[in-house]
Write a protein of this length. Structure first.
Length: 651
């Protein structure tokens, strides 16, 4: 009876944990799509599927604008959300919350397996009841931690959550397989089949799932020591890491040596070098650790682009001390593995989780969602270590109480953060309050005002929109987004003279604007503005394109230049400049002939204007590329070509 009573309490606690993990995010559900959500979901027509046929699903799966592996499972999840619920941020976010809670449940089981391994190998004599409750507390604390919020509510970062979910399943399979081996049973099928399959699924969501073998390596290093049941080195385990960690690592190293440009080309659009990025990340990793331990709601945000890069060990001066602290923590992680193995695991796990996104790759410096899975290891290591130390002193209940208090405090903090994501305007105001010098936060505030003004025609907020644009311009002087967005607002309000003023200002600055996604977004805004009611502004809009295309920084980035010429072609097409549109599209494919999307766009233009002769050659080029992402598009273009040639023959 006592056992049954205890089980009922545990099940009730599990249910309360799930409810807490869901409840803290509910205030955010009325919110909107944000930032990269727009390009990946809202403006990505391939995701907007009308049926569940193979063609629609495959086209959606391969439509990601980022990632070397196209992240097809993540894109499929977006497409299915659209198919069943339409372009509803509410539904997309609710799906993300469900995935997050599922991930938390899996990580509870992972914590349980790691504690069982610790108890078995270190003879800690933890009872299964203790392990169950401690695992649940760790999992729920991770689920409600405010540092996870951007991974859950920033819809496009469902990619991170899904990759973590499959990584968690891979961890669980490996850990359970190793437990079976310790118990004298066969666990090879879990280790050699289920773990790699889970990792593959994770890679098809986001590339950081490649870190799964690194997490497993840390687990073995800190707890099992790569040993079999008899205490000797397990050859099967060593073979596993040779196949799934050593060989891929050597292949990556070879690629870096032979083709360093394949890894570092992205630095052409960054204002820091690989060395400066690594130095900067030493400071940022300590910020992550501080936010993990004591989340500061005045600092946590989606945008951290106001953090300056480190230009040297003493610029800023905190760089060198940060490097020393990181080195000390890593050393402690290695040296403490015998005395405090759980703490050692937590430290090494956290830093291992940042190997891809916080080292030399030419990514942006700071995003909180990069802590999603690393945070779990940190919480596990600290909570587990404190529990074992307190247990030795007969004070285990004190740590249990601290975990409960931590869950309550983190839940409140996350719910408060989520409230700030409830509307586009609330989100933007919150971001600028926390990071008043962030160019992106200020640009988001400007667009939030603009969207509200355009949708309601409430002109009383126009001065606030202009003020936000001016603040954004001061924070990012090498951007034209502010002037283009104001021009967009005034065209929607029918004030053409004011719109022209801002277009002229945009044209003056476009020639020196930073080459970035923000610049391309600004040009795409001009394409949206190219409608008949704005015909008098066509020359001014074209002037912005001319200035941007003359930007000398384009010489170092052929891919970006090609996309800008393609955008200009789309603009010319909408303004009925047929010859100009064809010329610009052709320039795009000359600059980047391997881009199948640009080739498809050129073929579509040729067919639209009746040039079947040239279209035939471009279609053949597309076929020769064998790009699975373009199969459906190629079939449509071929059908258009066949209809057009048949009509020409009839004449």
């Amino acid at each position: 009876m006592l056992k049954t009573h205890s089980q009922l309490w545990f099940l009730l606690a599990c249910a309360l944990g799930v409810l807490a993990a869901i409840a803290v995010y509910l205030p955010s559900l009325p919110g909107e799509f944000l930032f990269d959500d727009i390009g990946s979901i809202v403006q990505n027509s391939a995701v907007h599927i009308r049926d569940l046929g193979f063609t629609s699903l495959s086209q959606a799966a391969l439509s990601s604008p980022s990632g070397d592996l196209a992240r097809p499972l993540s894109m499929l999840s977006f497409a299915l959300d659209y198919y069943f619920f339409g372009l509803s941020p509410f539904a997309f976010r609710l799906t993300g919350i469900v995935i997050h809670v599922s991930c938390g449940a899996v990580l509870c089981l992972v914590a349980r397996e790691m504690l069982i391994a610790y108890s078995d190998v270190r003879h800690a004599d933890l009872t299964r009841r203790e392990i169950g409750w401690l695992s649940l507390g760790i999992g729920v604390l991770w689920c409600v931690h405010p540092l996870d919020l951007t991974a859950v509510l920033y819809i496009v970062q469902r990619e991170t959550c899904l990759a973590a979910l499959f990584s968690g399943l891979g961890l669980l399979a490996y850990l359970h397989g190793r437990r079976r081996q310790r118990e004298g049973r066969d666990g090879r099928w879990l280790i050699w089949l289920c773990t790699p399959l889970a990792m593959l699924a994770g890679l098809l969501c986001k590339e950081n799932a490649a870190l799964l073998p690194v997490f497993l390596l840390i687990f073995e290093f800190c707890l099992l020591g790569f040993k079999s049941r008899d205490g000797k080195l397990d050859r099967g385990v060593l073979a596993f890491f040779s196949v799934f960690l050593l060989l891929p690592g050597l292949a990556l190293l070879t690629l870096i040596v032979l083709r360093p440009g394949a890894l570092f080309w992205g630095y052409s659009v960054r204002d820091y070098t690989p060395v400066q990025r690594v130095l900067s990340e030493s400071r940022i990793l300590l910020d992550y650790l501080r936010w993990a331990a004591l989340p500061d709601l005045q600092q946590l945000a989606l945008f951290h682009d106001d953090i300056v890069p480190s230009r040297g060990l003493l610029t800023p001066w905190t760089t060198l001390p940060s490097c020393i602290v990181i080195a000390a923590l890593l050393s402690a992680g290695v040296l403490l593995r015998r005395r405090l193995p759980l703490l050692s695991l937590g430290i090494l796990w956290f830093f291992a989780g940042h190997l891809i996104e916080s080292t030399v790759l030419p990514l942006e410096l700071v995003f909180e969602h990069r802590n999603y899975l690393p945070l779990f290891g940190l919480i596990f290591g600290i909570a587990g270590t404190l529990y074992m130390l307190a247990r030795g002193q007969g004070e285990a209940r004190l740590v249990a109480a601290l975990i409960v208090i931590g869950i309550a405090a983190m839940s409140v903090a996350t719910a408060v953060r989520a409230t700030g994501w409830s509307t586009e305007l609330d989100f933007a105001r919150s971001e600028t309050q926390h990071h008043p010098d962030s160019p992106r936060a200020l640009a988001e505030l400007e667009w939030a005002y603009l969207n509200y003004i355009v949708s309601t025609h409430d002109t009383s907020l126009v001065p606030k929109a202009i003020a936000a644009a001016e603040r954004s311009k001061r924070a990012d002087a090498y951007s034209i987004n502010q002037d283009v967005s104001l021009a967009y607002m005034f065209t929607e309000l029918g004030d053409m003279p004011q719109a022209r003023t801002y277009l002229v200002a945009s044209a003056a600055d476009a020639g020196t604007a930073h080459i970035s996604a923000t610049l391309q977004f600004s040009l795409q805004t001009l394409i949206q503005m190219a409608v008949p009611k704005n015909q008098t502004l066509y020359p001014d809009m074209a002037g912005v394109f001319h200035s941007a295309l003359a930007n000398p920084m384009l010489e170092s980035n052929a891919s970006f230049a090609a996309n800008m010429w393609n955008d200009y072609s789309l603009f010319q097409s909408r303004t009925q400049d047929i010859p100009g549109s064809l010329v610009s599209s052709h320039k795009a494919i000359v600059l980047c002939p391997s881009d199948s999307q640009l080739q498809a766009n050129f073929a579509r233009l040729l067919l639209r204007y009746g040039d079947t002769k040239d279209a035939k050659g471009v279609l053949q080029t597309l076929r020769d590329m064998h790009d699975l992402r373009r199969e459906a598009e190629l079939a449509e273009l071929q059908a258009d070509y066949d209809r057009l040639t048949a009509a020409q023959h009839r004449k």
